[in-house]
Design a protein around this ligand. Structure first.
Ligand code: NAP
Length: 303
């Protein structure tokens, strides 16, 4: 049996559930769910991610209200755009694609989102809800990791988990979600001393450091679970060129050094990436059900 945690396959299964949820609720709701992804400027990686998100919306019947705004937009102008989306009755989810250009006040902009339309769970109220264990939209990437673990029947309770990375986007909410699922969690970061001796203690290792090839065979405990959140576009190698690809995608983990040691691992590409997009859709559909007074039928898909 393969030890690969296939995010693409699971994302497709969850998308089907979401699509059916929309089809069965639309007559009562009288409108489809709406998602607005706001992209500022021309960051090439963001362009790719936003395209994936728009395509995913189309596949399952979510109406996309994408906004592509100029690089030099001011924080005040962007706040006005967010406020008008907050008030738009056709929009259930809003995602501010990060990173923003450096002149923009990210914290202030995230605060200006309606917390109940905050499709990536980054509003301070939603981070507070996560800390307190209250319901609310959860950050999509760690939520995707939780779904990948749970739906592959990987027991989290009682496991010694190490999360490498402490960003607000991934590492911190990831650690909180694992703790809420009763793992014993340690968070590592760039000042952590002797990373390999710490990660070797992990039954469950989640790496979100944004450093290609950071984690190799000597960082891993035998038969552990390894989740690679990192994603990097490197110049193409021979194999990628033969496949007609212009870049080679890789994560933070050297897959060839760990794949035979571990009980299960998420690949890059095809692991956490597709799950992130799916959890964005799930947050939006869940919020649509709330806004339209429908039964909440997909809460079990969300952490
Ligand atoms: P980030 O904001 O740059 O945070 C990186 C974290 O890793 C920081 O906490 C940093 O520590 C820590 N770190 C950096 N180098 C380290 C090292 N040598 N040892 C231990 N810790 C180290 O990045 P992010 O937004 O969390 O994203 C992390 C990665 O995930 C990136 O590759 C990103 O592209 C990817 N990502 C993927 C998805 C997806 O859908 N697959 C979604 C989001 C992000 P300090 O706090 O001390 O600086």
């Amino acid at each position: 049996m393969s030890n690969i945690l296939d995010g693409r396959k699971l994302a497709k299964e969850i998308e089907l559930i979401l699509q059916q949820t929309i089809e069965s609720g639309i007559e009562v709701a009288k409108r489809p769910p709406g998602l607005s992804v706001i992209r500022v400027g021309n960051d090439p990686a963001s362009e790719v991610y936003v395209k994936h998100k728009e395509k995913a919306c189309k596949r399952i019947g979510v109406r996309s209200f994408a906004k592509h705004l100029k690089e030099d937009i001011s924080s005040e102008e962007l706040t006005e755009t967010i406020k008008s989306l907050n008030q738009d009755k056709n929009v259930d989810g809003i995602l501010l694609q990060l990173p923003l250009p450096p002149h923009l006040d990210e914290a202030m902009l995230l605060r200006s989102l309606d917390p109940d339309k905050d499709a990536d769970g980054l509003h301070p109220l939603n981070l507070g809800r996560l800390i307190k264990g209250e319901n609310g939209p959860r950050s999509c990437t760690p939520a995707g990791v939780m779904a990948l673990l749970e739906r592959n029947h990987i027991k989290i309770e009682g496991k010694r988990a190490v999360v490498v990375g402490r960003s607000i986007l991934v590492g911190k909410p990831m650690a909180l979600m694992l703790e809420a699922a009763n793992a014993t969690v340690t968070v590592a970061h760039s000042r952590t001393k002797d990373l390999p001796s710490l990660t070797r203690q992990a039954d469950l290792l989640v790496i979100a450091a944004g450093k290609p090839n950071l984690i190799g065979g000597n960082h891993i405990k035998d038969n552990s679970i390894v989740i690679d959140v990192g994603i990097h576009r490197l110049p193409p190698d021979q194999k990628s060129l033969q496949e007609g690809k212009k870049t080679k995608l890789c994560g933070d983990v050297i897959t060839s050094e760990i794949e035979d040691k571990v009980a299960a691992y998420s690949p890059v590409p095809g692991g956490v990436g597709p799950m992130t997009v799916t959890m964005l859709l799930a947050n939006t559909v869940n919020s649509w059900q709330k806004h339209c007074g429908l039964h909440l039928t997909i809460s079990h898909l969300l952490p």
